[in-house]
Design a protein around this ligand. Structure first.
Ligand code: FE2
Length: 172
């Protein structure tokens, strides 16, 4: 039930904080997984894209920590089953494809885009939640992360199309 202190202890706020803990876990584990995806990549453009996003993900973790600070909450991560599954899928793609093949790259781009779309959905919703709670600074930080995830998704599409990863995979 809502309380009189501007919803500081409302169920919705608690739910919002829990979802932030979930995405914090997701980012922390993605930051560990991305270098493995970079190492497994065949094309240097894909490798570079995963390396770039590793650095960006580390930055996103710092931004999320700022979000917790603004909300006066501890940045405590909580296991995100969705991200755990997406990372497992990416690892499966590596084990199911041969080293130095574009088929592997095509699979890694698929895995990467699934991750980005999951994150886009999450941050897109969480920023709206923040706005509804009049947490404008929090919403701004979440929007920054959202924009970065969208740019990463576009970058992965470019690797697939402009650098002909899919075309090379079909020709293998
Ligand atoms: Fe992210």
């Amino acid at each position: 039930m809502a309380t009189s202190d501007n919803g500081k202890h409302s169920c919705f706020r608690k739910f919002f904080i829990d979802e932030l803990k979930d995405i914090l876990w997701a980012e922390q584990h993605l930051a560990e997984a991305l270098p493995k995806l970079a190492d497994a990549s065949t094309s240097r453009q894909l490798k570079a894209a995963f390396e770039k996003h590793t650095r960006e993900t580390e930055q996103q973790i710092e931004t999320l920590e700022k979000v917790f600070e603004l909300l006066e909450e501890r940045p405590q991560a909580k296991k995100c089953e969705a991200m755990a599954g997406l990372i497992r899928e990416a690892n499966d793609i590596i084990s199911q494809t041969d080293t130095d093949t574009y088929t592997r790259d095509a699979g890694l781009i698929l895995a990467g885009q699934k991750v980005e779309h999951y994150e886009i959905a999450t941050y897109g919703t969480l920023r709206i939640f923040a706005l509804h709670m009049d947490e404008e600074k929090v919403a701004k930080l979440l929007t920054e992360i959202l924009d970065n995830e969208k740019a990463t998704d576009v970058a992965l599409t470019k690797v697939a199309e402009n650098h002909r990863v899919n075309a090379m995979a079909v020709a293998e």
